[in-house]
Design a protein around this ligand. Structure first.
Ligand SMILES: *Cc1c(COP(=O)(O)O)cnc(C)c1O
Length: 233
C-alpha cells in the first residue's frame, strides 16, 4: 500500500472514531483532501485510493493541476474545492473550474462569482468564511455582519449557499479547539433558524479534526495528514 493510501485510511479511521464518539454517522462527514503544493500525481494516487474531493489554495497551481488531472482522467475527475484567499480580479477562473468555494467573505466577490459562473455548469457551491477569532488581521466576515452577507449571497443566481467555514487560531487543547468550532456551529444554527437552507459546516484540519467532528463538521479539510508536510520553497 502506498503512503498516501495508508494515510487516507488512517484519517478515515479517525473521522469514523470521532463520529462514533459524537453519535454521528461517519458518512455524514466528507473528507476534503487538501492537495496544495503537491502535484497531480499525488491527486491521482489519492483518487486510486478512493478519494473523491480535493481542496486547493493557490489559483495558478490549482489550474495547472486540474488540467493535468483532466488530461489523465478525461472521463471524470474529482470534485474541486477552492479554499484559499480570493483576489477580486481572479474570480473568473475560480467560477469556471471549481465546484465549491469555501472562502467567500464579501458580497462583491460573491456577485462576481455569480456573474462569471458559466451557465452550462451546475450552481457553484459556496461557504462563507467567518472570522471567529475576532482579530482584525484574520480573514473572514465578522459574526455581526454574517447574517446580512448570507441573505445577500443566498439571492444570487448560479450560486448555492451551502454553509460556513472557519480556520480558528491553532490550539492544542481539545476543549479550546471545540470551543471555537462550537461558535461557528452556533452561527450556522442561527442562520438556519432564520430560514436559510444550509447543510455544510467546513471546519477541522489535520491537527483538530476530532474536535471539529465532535462539534458537527460536515466537511473536514485535511492536507498534511494525507500528503505529508508541505515544502513551500
Ligand atoms: C492548508 C489548509 C488546510 C489543510 O491543513 P493541514 O493542517 O495540512 O491539514 C485546510 N484548510 C485550509 C483553508 C488550508 O489552507
Amino acid at each position: 500500500m502506498s503512503t498516501i493510501e495508508q494515510n487516507l485510511q488512517a484519517v478515515r479511521e479517525s473521522i469514523a472514531q470521532a463520529a462514533l464518539e459524537a453519535q454521528r454517522a461517519p458518512g455524514d462527514v466528507t473528507l476534503l483532501a487538501v492537495s496544495k503544493t503537491f502535484g497531480a500525481d499525488a491527486v491521482l494516487e489519492a483518487m486510486r485510493a478512493g478519494q473523491a474531493a480535493f481542496g486547493e489554495n493557490y489559483l495558478q497551481e490549482a489550474l495547472d493541476k486540474i488540467a493535468a488531472v483532466q488530461l489523465a482522467l478525461p472521463q471524470g475527475g474529482p470534485v474541486w474545492h477552492f479554499i484559499g484567499p480570493i483576489q477580486s480580479n481572479k474570480t473568473r477562473p475560480i467560477a469556471e473550474h471549481f465546484d465549491w468555494v469555501h472562502t467567500v467573505e464579501r458580497e462583491k466577490i460573491a456577485a462576481r462569482l455569480s456573474e462569471q459562473r458559466p451557465a452550462g455548469l451546475a450552481d457553484l457551491n459556496i461557504c462563507l468564511q467567518v472570522n471567529i477569532s475576532g482579530e482584525a488581521s484574520k480573514s473572514g466576515v465578522a459574526p455581526a455582519e454574517l447574517p446580512a452577507l448570507a441573505r445577500a449571497v443566498a439571492q444570487l443566481p448560479r450560486l448555492r449557499l451551502r454553509g460556513l467555514m472557519a480556520i480558528p487560531e491553532p490550539e492544542t487543547e481539545l476543549s479550546r479547539q471545540r470551543a471555537a468550532f462550537a461558535q461557528l456551529r452556533a452561527l450556522y444554527e442561527q442562520l438556519k433558524s432564520e430560514g436559510l437552507a444550509l447543510d455544510t459546516l467546513s471546519m477541522g484540519m489535520s491537527a483538530d479534526l476530532r474536535a471539529a467532528v465532535l462539534e458537527g463538521a460536515s466537511i473536514v479539510r485535511v492536507g498534511s495528514a494525507i500528503f505529508g508536510s508541505r515544502n513551500y520553497s
